[in-house]
Write a protein that binds this ligand. Structure first.
Ligand code: ADP
Ligand code: MG
Length: 365
């Protein structure tokens, strides 16, 4: 199991053009690719905090560049039978949905449509290269986790059971009982299913007088390769997480408190799992939340990529710092490349007691 944690700073939106940019990408040496995020201390803006990641993408990064660098290299592994899991983490308004789903224009398409497109391209090639002996089929499941309850996004919201779908353990894996799976022949098929399901998500949230930013949306792409006497199944999961901001700050309603507790708990467990995987721990606390349980995070032989989305402006300052603190723990992962395979080497933990943040204090020159 390997994990990469990368950060992406979004550009200013047109309504933000007069705002100061306070979040910057940086590198350890001039000319080296960015691996640092720099942000001023909220107490003393002359002081700067630095957070380290496997990679940092600045405002100018295109959808294609991000996909090519972080996702495309793992398509091969997916077809070799490894599971690939991609998370977008961050405060609401920082670009999670833009990163995962993206816009309708070709250049604006996000990780998910590009992933599917890559899967179909490779599937065609495999069928061709094997003279049709290997067939590849793709099936989708799409669900959301709201208040720690699982809802199928392929089902219209009217027929939802309020308690959500139950989980069950089967052969050491967690399955969502009753979750539907749709065969998906090609990109056209995908787009139709995906748009329909996203509409369901918005309708369901509206009915609850909630917002879709308060649920985790999980797309599961099952790739099955079949030959005469063998099948190989692997799963790519793409997750648009709930906003990591603390909703209690903005709204004190009872509903919001329940939501907030559920969101914070699952995001906390997720960060603990990422932390444990990056340390090479044998015990990953994936059972502590539904999301990490369903994904069997850390139990599969697979690849996990967490993309931390960041907004560059001051109005997000405190939330940005807290999301940086949660996700930059994986700084201790050192990446070494051998041929085409990426090997993640474990760097021993320095004895810094229980504070596991990787913040480096630096005076601003
Ligand atoms: P989130 O899903 O984290 O709440 P969104 O993806 O909805 O955030 O992004 C918030 C706004 O910023 C949207 O209008 C989106 O189009 C825009 N945006 C985010 N990232 C980018 C980017 N890299 N380039 C251009 N616009 C972006
Ligand atoms: Mg969103």
């Amino acid at each position: 199991m390997s994990v990469r944690v990368v950060a992406r700073i979004r550009p200013l939106l047109s309504k933000e053009m007069d705002k100061d940019i306070i979040v910057h990408a940086g590198s350890t040496d001039d000319g080296k690719p960015s691996t640092l995020v720099r942000i001023p201390s909220p107490k003393n803006e002359a002081e700067e905090f630095t957070f380290a990641f496997n990679s940092v993408y600045d405002m100018s990064t295109t959808q294609e560049e991000l996909f090519t660098a972080e996702v495309a290299p793992h398509l091969k592994s997916l077809f070799q039978g490894l599971d690939v899991t991609i998370f977008a983490y961050g405060v609401t308004g920082t670009g999670k949905t833009h990163t995962m789903r993206g816009g309708l224009k070709l250049a604006e398409r996000g990780v998910i449509p590009r992933l599917l497109s890559g899967v179909y391209r490779r599937a065609k090639k495999i069928a061709k290269d094997s003279n049709g002996e290997t067939t590849v089929s793709v099936a989708l499941s799409y669900y959301e986790i709201y208040n720690d309850k699982v809802f199928d996004l392929f089902e219209p919201p009217e027929i939802r059971t309020p308690s959500g779908l139950p989980l069950r353990e089967a052969y050491g894996k967690t399955v969502v009982v009753g979750l539907s799976e749709r065969p998906c022949e090609d990109l056209k098929d995908f787009e139709r299913l995906y748009i329909e399901a996203n509409n369901n998500r918005v309708t369901a949230a509206t009915k609850l007088n909630a917002h879709s930013s308060r649920s985790h949306a999980i797309l599961r792409v099952k790739v099955t390769q079949t030959t005469e006497n063998q099948t190989l199944e692997s799963i790519a999961s793409a997750i648009d997480l709930a906003g990591s901001e603390d909703n209690r700050r903005t709204d004190n309603g009872k509903e919001r408190l329940v939501e907030s507790a559920a969101i914070n708990k699952s995001l906390f467990v997720l960060s603990q799992c990422i932390d444990a995987i990056s340390r090479g721990d044998r015990r990953i606390p994936f059972r502590e939340s539904k999301m990490t349980r369903i994904l069997s995070l850390g139990q599969n032989n697979g690849i996990t990529i967490m993309i931390l989305n960041l907004a560059p402006i001051r109005s997000y300052h405190l939330d940005t710092l807290s999301s940086l603190n949660v996700s930059s723990r994986a700084k201790r992962i050192e990446v070494r490349e051998i041929e085409n395979e990426i090997v993640y080497k474990q760097v021993p933990r320095t004895n810094t007691g229980s504070s596991s943040t990787s913040m480096i204090r630096q005076p601003l020159r």
